[in-house]
Design a protein around this ligand. Sequence first.
Ligand code: ZN
Ligand code: ZN
Length: 304
Amino acid sequence: MKIVTLGTSSAVPTLYRGLSSTALIREGDVFLFDCGEGTQLQLMRSGIRRNRIHSIFIGHLHGDHLYGVNGLMSTMHLDNREAPLNVFGPQGLLTFLHASFRTTSLKLNYPVTVREFPRGFRGRVLDETEFHVDAMPLDHSIFCLGWRFQEKPRPGVFDLERAEALGIPRGPLYGKLQNGHPVTLDDGRTIRPGDVLGPARPGKSIAYCLDTQFSERSIALAGDATVLIHETTFGPDGVAMARERKHSTMEDAARVAREAGTDRLIATHFSSRYDRKQVKKIADAARPVYENITIARDLQEIEI
Ligand SMILES: [Zn+2]
Ligand SMILES: [Zn+2]
């Protein structure tokens, strides 16, 4: 899987940082988390093909996370997109989209499923063969959902030597066992998948927590995740502002990453008051709390 941080500023864009959006690319499908203004340009710059977007997740209805989605959906219409699109977000999202499209007399020519979640919602929003996505309310100034993208565990590695030693003939029986089905041989013996497969391989997981102040819910959502993407709007000088506006400092995010036991923290959503050097200093100051912090840049590609 690959994460591409498309926009990493908070509230307003800067010359170097666009508004919030992060793409997750898995097996050719693109999952977009938030869609601030300018996201479609960043998608083009990144080389991500917008026709591969499978679902868009809007965490909350603040403009810096939302104002790019109607433009992007309109461009997909002009692309003559045929593939269906999911758009997930809090209640109110549909009103915003309807107003945009009605005002501009746009009738989308591809199928869109918009799912709105009421205040306090938590649960599974997408369940596919190889992965699922869960939502959990965070703690921001308005209702805000965090997301967890979770790959399902894959079956263990097939042990060829063991299969041969057991006298299983090569061919379709191997495939059946690999897919978790027992098989019966010509001599009447039954072989179970566990006889030839190693332990199941756990899937990777990404937790996305924008915007929120420090919260036990973020820790729960990000439990043992491969990667936590967390907002880090402020540094140590902005603690009071962070509390007042229900945002996080870098240290808050580091605590969430540590307590959740995640492998890696991607820090994003930086206040425009800080330049790159200051953000680096802020991250260094938080590393005693949690070491593995990646300071996201716009258009950065992160393999996981
Ligand atoms: Zn924001
Ligand atoms: Zn916000």
